[in-house]
Design a protein. Structure first.
Length: 65
């Protein structure tokens, strides 16, 4: 079953901006952890969007403020 792009963006937001674990973010969005892992890997490979780097930068800058 195909998921709307809004679910992928919600997963990224929960993982990066809300600093949830991938498992927590997947449960929040209502997708399997396997799908979440695949989306995260696909984003890094296809779009050069490294969610871990984004999350680390956001956590670092929020601590510095």
């Amino acid at each position: 079953m195909a998921h709307p792009k809004s679910k992928r963006m919600a997963l990224r937001s929960a993982y990066c901006y809300k600093a949830l674990s991938l498992e927590e973010a997947a449960a929040l969005v209502g997708i399997s952890i396997g799908t979440a892992r695949r989306w995260k890997t696909d984003a890094q490979k296809a779009e050069d969007d490294d969610w871990d780097k984004v999350k680390a930068c956001l956590l670092y800058t929020s601590d510095a403020a």
